[in-house]
Design a protein around this ligand. Sequence first.
Ligand code: DX5
Ligand code: ZN
Length: 224
Amino acid sequence: MPRAGRRVRLAPSLLSADFADLAAAIREAEAGGADAFHLDVMDGHFVPNITFGPALVRAVRGRTKLPLDIHLMIDRPARYATAFAEAGGDTIVFHVEAADPVEEAIAAIEATGKAVGAAVRPETPLDALRPFAPRLDQVLVMTVSPGFSGQRFRAEVLPKIREASELRGRLRPGADVSVDGGVTLETAPAAVAEGASFLVCGNSVFARGNVAENLGALRRAAGG
Ligand code: DX5
Ligand code: ZN
């Protein structure tokens, strides 16, 4: 279960929203009780898809006071950390599988003064980030292959969510275990049961129905 006294936070992923009307998506998600926004940056190298860069992060920053969780699915996170920090990101999350060494990515994010997150693909063990645990504010466990929203949650990753939450005592104080990919009313309870404290929700918030109602239902599924 999440740590006592702190409820699970919900971070809608804007990748699933209407890019032509992001302001409305942000408004609706805020009104529905979102705790943060998750922004998926893809470079066409680390993953096959291309999404957006710092300019869009800056535009989103202008529309909300909520924390912005920047998920860098790019090969060179160290090179771009400053740009995303200056654009208004609050947590900069890099992948341990990226081309830049983990030490360099962390040092670059630390230099910006922003919170540091380390992400792992579904098939990557936590070993690569363990030595750096005391410098991490977030461990992001991916439950789909990075690149696209709307994929099915991979239940075989649940034990790794548990492992990441067991690492919590060694992470920075207040650190989150984030789960990203295929989080729905059906899968959120299992992720929370394994210790997730931060749930990224794309299609389950934006793909159909009413954003605020979707968030309310996810909130209940995550334990209130
Ligand atoms: C996938 C992204 C996810 C994705 C989540 O590469 O990292 O954040 O947008 O979308 P859903 O919740 O639809 O899987
Ligand atoms: Zn993501």
